[in-house]
Design a protein around this ligand. Structure first.
Ligand code: ADE
Length: 242
């Protein structure tokens, strides 16, 4: 997969992608992440990328011309005409594990990082194929949001995670939060690991984990249960826990 990021601060991506799983994926040739400075596509002497908002109001707006030209440069150099072009903006639809999985199925992805008070609406209307927000809060720019999206997408690419770090049990992978995990020591400062996990009984362990996932999701994120099919027994666990 190739991911092109159009932004005003490409240096921000150097350190986060120089470590950990994204770096390993790049080294193995499973992904190539390239960040471009939108300013390089401005035409005037001052490399202007922002301007005052029509109609007045506070702040500046990212101009459409350099953003379109940067995206067109990427489209020509990758010869990809129908890959997703995602604008990161607090007004986008909420990013989720499901969207990460959808995006990871493409061989090419372009991410556009907004800045200032906003991005000229013609970018959203005529260039982006999707607008994503990583949460209901406002960041100073789309770069951090793009990092979040890249990280969540790259770890789902086939071969990126080893089988011992499979994504299948992740929180959100099946619509539920993940069950609690423990490692050695068996007792730490008087707090013991739940005995069932030491029992060696795989069926009982799986049942305990499922119950923990269901109860944790019901307690912390009941909204997620609307999109999950639970058995009558599982629904009874929730009722008992209330
Ligand atoms: N840019 C600023 N805030 C953002 C957010 N919450 N999600 C995506 N892009 C953003």
């Amino acid at each position: 997969m190739r991911i092109d990021i159009l932004c005003l601060f490409p240096e921000m991506f150097v350190s986060p992608f120089a470590h950990s799983i994204v770096r390993r994926a790049e080294e193995r040739g499973l992904v190539e992440v390239i960040s471009h400075n939108i300013r390089d596509f401005a035409h005037d002497r001052h490399a202007t990328v922002d301007d005052y908002p029509y109609g007045g109001g506070a702040g500046m707006v990212l101009k459409p011309e350099p953003v379109f030209e940067a995206a067109e440069y990427v489209r020509h150099s990758t010869r990809s005409s129908d890959s997703p072009v995602v604008l990161l903006t607090p007004g986008g639809r909420l990013f989720s594990q499901g969207i990460a999985a959808e995006l990871s199925a493409h061989s090419h992805l372009t991410l556009i990082c907004g800045h200032y008070e906003g991005v000229d609406e013609r970018v959203a209307e005529h260039l982006a194929t999707d607008e994503l927000s990583i949460g209901d809060y406002v960041l100073t720019g789309g770069e951090l949001a793009a990092m979040v999206v890249v990280d969540a997408v790259v770890r789902l690419l086939p071969g990126v995670l080893g089988c011992h770090e499979s994504a299948a049990d992740d929180s959100h992978a099946d619509g539920l939060l993940e069950y609690p995990q423990y490692t050695r020591p068996e007792e730490f400062r008087g707090w013991r690991v739940p005995p069932v996990l030491l029992s060696g009984n795989h069926a009982e362990i799986a049942a305990w984990r499922r119950r923990q996932s269901v109860l944790k999701t019901a307690a912390r994120r009941p909204d997620l249960l609307n999109n999950v099919t639970l058995s009558d027994k599982e629904r009874a666990w929730i009722l008992e826990s209330l």
